[in-house]
Design a protein around this ligand. Sequence first.
Ligand SMILES: [Zn+2]
Length: 109
Amino acid sequence: MTDNPELQSQLEERLEFLERRIAGLEGDLRTTHSQDWEERASEISGDEVLEGLEGAALDEIAQIRAALKRIKGGEYGECHNCGKDIGAKRLAALPYAVLCIDCASRAGS
Ligand SMILES: [Zn+2]
């Protein structure tokens, strides 16, 4: 599994989408807060939700970047733990999987 231009472009598209989303979330976080205390409290909890979303998107970005690096290095599709093929079905469901199904279930994720 060294040559996979279709998957690579899919991952690059997803990466671009997430980066745009992050930029949008940061824009929301920077909006000026109102001075009203009650409103301010609800805006702060909204910020926490946004920060959670941002964290999840950043995690995914890191995983996609690592997968792209593995594609370029010709290591994509190999289990990071045992070196076996991760399997097309698992990769279709989770394109940036680093572990085969056996190692992943052993790791409890
Ligand atoms: Zn494995």
